[in-house]
Design a binder for this molecule. Structure first.
Ligand code: PFF
Length: 451
């Protein structure tokens, strides 16, 4: 007998869990530092355009597959294309989730460390220049980072063991609204600082002359990463959705929330950075070095830094849930009796896989692969190869393997999407998105130069 999968209890639960997957380190950590080094507002503008014209249609494509089949990703591809090799898209997604979570959790661990320190007054009285040193000594300390990575994975495992409704949905329903509220508080603090307007301008006023081929590439990769696309996570998540809900409405809400949080992240960080005369092009450590320094010198700063770390932890956890769920669902295939054990074993294996990444800034920093440490190399392969490859295959699978009438029915059920909009969506998925992804690939491989 086939197992009946668990379902989200409500549409809101689904939207918050999927937005929770999307909103994470991508929007709050990566986007500000990449924007900071690659043209500020111009980068942000291109990112938004990709998110709307490529991300949103792809998200809908993933939703169509999952909701129609009501099965986790691998089984979903098998159902729609029996006897073919297309199920490898699902397997690629499981592999990608496994690898991505292994280093994502290392950064999750850094957040746990900074949250602990800020809560216990460990950052008090430090001078602005000392934060850089503190960050370096933190991420190079092997015992500390492995322990923190373990704690982050443990939290993820405990929630995912609770299942779709009682674990993921319940925590997302609490964490996501808390995240929005905390963010609004922090943005308010940041934009009311003296000298904040320069930061707002840097972030929101695009200077198109700063765009390069590479910036455009990063913006596309960022759009995939930020919406959790190409991994088939959104296939698995939408398979837990009942068949009455409107897919276009849910997808639009999720994309809207992700863009909203990306704007809040920029508005929280850049005004503070500029108000304190710090370089926005600081790179990856931006939020761990610049923010504590900035917050340590403003009224109530310590309190706001704790808030920021809490919201960052929530955002990172809800993304981690989706990555672990993707792997677990491919094992349990809806059989909840297997969930606890499958989650524990998978979580432990991912923890082990993450150890070289955790050590990449310490004892293993000499191990270089094509000039990059293990962490950066893995991030590169996952973000620039596996995600776009998955996205490309999905954008081919939907129009070329699934009957148009089936897709049309799935997308218009319970929704007011009309034929005209459907056709535009179909055209984008069938012709535009694959071409854009292929061009981007060729560019990464150096075979084709965008500029
Ligand atoms: N969307 C998450 C973020 O922006 O942090 C990262 C992510 C989660 C990417 C899940 C891909 C994925 F499948």
């Amino acid at each position: 007998m086939e197992n009946k999968q668990e379902q989200w209890t409500s549409k809101l639960g689904f939207i918050l869990a999927a937005a929770g997957s999307a909103i994470g380190l991508g929007a709050i950590w990566k986007l500000p530092y990449v924007a900071g080094t690659s043209g500020g507002g111009a980068f942000f503008l291109i990112f938004i355009l990709f998110t709307i014209f490529i991300g949103l249609p792809l998200l809908l494509a993933e939703f169509t597959i999952g909701r129609h089949t009501q099965k986790e990703a691998i089984s979903a591809y098998k159902t729609l294309a029996p006897g073919t090799q297309w199920h490898w898209i699902g397997k690629l997604g499981v592999g990608t989730s496994f690898l991505l979570l292994s280093f994502y959790s290392v950064v999750g661990g850094w957040i746990v460390i900074y949250l602990f320190r800020s809560l216990t007054g460990g950052l008090r009285g430090m001078k602005a220049e000392q934060f850089g040193q503190l960050f370096d000594s933190t991420i190079s300390n092997p015992t500390l980072v492995i322990f923190a990575h373990f704690i982050f994975m443990l939290m993820t495992v405990l929630v995912v063991q609770g299942g779709v409704q009682k674990g993921i949905e319940r925590s997302s329903k609490f964490m996501m609204p808390a995240l929005f509220l905390l963010f609004l508080l922090i943005v308010f603090r940041s934009v009311t600082l003296d000298g904040a307007s320069e930061g707002i301008r840097f972030f929101l006023m695009p200077d198109i002359s700063l765009l390069t081929g590479e910036t455009i590439l990063f913006a596309l990769g960022q759009a995939f990463f930020s919406l959790s696309l190409g991994v088939s996570i959104m296939v698995t998540y939408s398979s837990y959705l009942n068949s009455q809900e409107s897919l276009p409405k849910s997808a639009t809400s999720i994309v809207g929330l992700t863009i909203f949080i990306s704007i809040l992240a920029g508005l929280a960080i850049f005004p503070a950075v500029f108000a304190y005369g710090i370089e926005p092009a600081e790179g990856p450590p931006l939020i761990f070095i610049v923010l504590p320094a900035v917050f340590s010198s403003i009224p109530l700063g310590e309190f706001f830094f704790v808030l920021f770390m809490v919201l960052l932890l929530f955002a990172t956890l809800t993304s981690a849930f989706s990555l672990l769920e993707m792997v677990v669902a491919s094992i349990t295939k809806g059989d909840n009796k297997k969930r606890k054990k499958a989650t524990l074993v998978t979580g432990f294996l991912i923890f082990l896989m993450g150890i070289p990444s955790a050590l990449s800034y310490g004892p293993m920093s000499d191990l270089l692969i094509l000039g990059n440490n293990f962490f950066d190399s893995l991030d590169y392969v996952v973000s620039n190869i596996m995600l776009p490859l998955g996205a490309l295959l999905i954008s081919l699978f939907v129009p070329y393997r699934v009957k148009k009438a089936v897709i049309y029915e799935e997308l218009t059920k319970g929704s007011n999407m009309n034929k005209h909009i459907f056709n535009i969506w179909y055209f984008l998925v069938k012709y535009i998105i694959p071409v854009v992804i292929i061009l981007v690939f060729l560019n990464v491989l150096g075979i084709f130069d965008l500029f």
